[in-house]
Design a binder for this molecule. Structure first.
Ligand code: PLP
Length: 441
């Protein structure tokens, strides 16, 4: 680890939890230099929904490079960009009756959030943005203002303004509808909350601890936005691209945000890529106003097109995600019932699930034990108290079972010091879907 210790900045984080030198990856597998194999349930923090080096995308990429296709294109029109826009329009937007225009931003999620906030403020002529407790939107200053986490906020060195925080669903307990509170403060000219340009929300808060908003809450939120002439921005950077069981995470709620941010798994291959989708009337940018050298990552366009064409031409993939998600839920529920002390719970939607251990120390011990047994899996939440099962959506049934066996064994060992019986039949009382998963495995 010499060179990393010597010259890499202390800002590194994941490398501390997984101190190996990785040199190869395929599908849901990661390999280190010593040849050890790991199942990757971190998957680039939601960037590798289709696995590492997905062979379909790799082939498209290799052919493109071989033909000297454009790699870097600023925002020039290119063939690769045209094909991406056509695929996205035909396979993603049109079947969902969505009429967004697409802005190519700098290739990180945080830059897409910056652009979304800027266009919302510009369009409405108001500064204030509402974001939510435990929300995470990135680490550049504008996005950081909307991020809740004090660890990240503390590093800013300047005051962060222009954002007011509201309680996310469940923050004040199960019986309180926090959208009613939002409605109340927006209706009251003396609430101290300035009339906002937009509300920025994650449908499932990833970094915030897999807090999944209900469809009712999301619909109510949209109603409140409409009532008060406020734009609704869904930050779908982590929850989008299929993670919850549909391409966009808001589809199940039947809402239509005014603005959507996408990044992470958009390119499919782990290549940097981020966009803002906005209703056409919001597109009030002047040429080059939100600029950036790397808005034309054509290699990402190639793999993103392959991802859309291969996985989103019909609903087969979405059904698979729901089936596997149900299996993950059952396994996590089983862990809670068997080993939980009454406080442990499960969370999430689709294949965006987590085990809420309440204590960060406990969750950390579980993920460390899992790593010793060949599973790369991380925590999230304010106190890192949620074990987050963020595996590739393409994971095989066999490996999904294997990884959850490792999680269960880690929980059993950490909480009870016991080993789990090897031939535990997790499928015995499963639903039809889960049984078919067992059959396939
Ligand atoms: N928004 C959400 C919901 C995220 O989960 C993240 C990253 O985890 C971001 C924004 C920031 O993306 P990036 O790390 O690419 O800047």
């Amino acid at each position: 680890m010499k060179v990393f210790d010597e010259i890499e900045s202390d800002v590194m984080s994941y490398a501390r939890a997984f101190p190996r030198v990785f040199n190869k990856a395929q599908g849901e597998y990661l390999y280190d230099e010593e040849g050890n194999q790991y199942l990757d349930f971190l998957a680039g923090a939601g960037t590798l929904n289709y696995g590492h080096n997905n062979p379909i995308f790799k082939q498209a990429l290799l052919e493109y490079i071989e033909q000297d296709g454009i790699t870097h294109g600023l925002d020039l029109h290119t063939k690769a960009k045209r094909e991406f826009l056509e695929a996205f329009s035909e396979k993603i937007l049109q079947p969902r009756d969505l009429t967004y225009v697409m802005q190519f931003t700098g290739p990180t999620g945080t830059n897409a959030v910056e652009a979304a906030l800027k266009i919302a403020r510009k369009y409405k002529g108001r500064e204030n943005i509402i974001s939510f407790t435990n929300g995470f939107h990135g680490c550049s200053l504008g996005a950081l203002s909307a991020t809740g986490n004090s660890h990240h906020r503390g590093a800013s060195g300047v005051s962060m303004s222009g954002v007011a925080r509201m309680p996310y669903e469940g923050y004040l307990g199960d019986d309180i509808d926090t959208t009613a509170y939002l409605d109340k403060v927006l209706s009251d000219s003396s609430s101290g909350i300035d009339h906002p340009a937009a509300v920025l929300v994650e449908t499932v808060q990833g970094e915030g601890g897999i807090n999944a908003a209900s469809v009712e809450w999301l619909r109510n939120l949209q109603d409140v936005c409409h009532k008060h002439d406020v734009l609704l921005i869904v930050d779908d950077i982590q929850a989008g691209c299929g993670r919850t069981g549909s391409y966009f995470s808001f589809e199940e709620a039947g809402i239509v945000p005014d603005i959507v941010t996408l990044s992470k798994s958009l390119s499919g291959y782990g290549l940097p890529f981020a966009v803002v989708l906005m209703k056409p009337e919001l597109d009030q940018w002047k040429p080059g106003e939100h600029n950036g050298t790397f808005r034309g990552n054509n290699l990402a366009f190639v793999t993103a097109t392959a991802a859309i064409n291969h996985y989103w031409s019909d609903d087969k993939f979405a059904k698979e995600i729901l089936r596997k998600g149900e299996y993950i839920e059952q396994r996590l529920e089983h862990i809670v019932e068997t080993y939980g002390d009454g406080n442990m719970t499960t969370r999430g939607r689709g294949m965006f699930r987590g085990l809420n251990c309440v204590s960060g120390e406990l969750a950390g011990k579980i993920t460390s034990e899992a790593f010793r047994n060949g599973l790369v899996i991380e925590t999230s939440g304010a106190d890192d108290h949620v074990v987050k099962t963020l595996c590739p959506l393409t994971v095989s049934d066999e490996n999904l079972k294997k990884a959850l066996d490792i999680v269960e064994a880690a929980v059993a060992k950490v909480l009870r010091g016991e080993e789990v019986p090897e031939e535990h039949d997790f499928f015995a009382e499963g639903s039809d879907e889960t049984e078919s998963l067992a059959d396939a495995a």
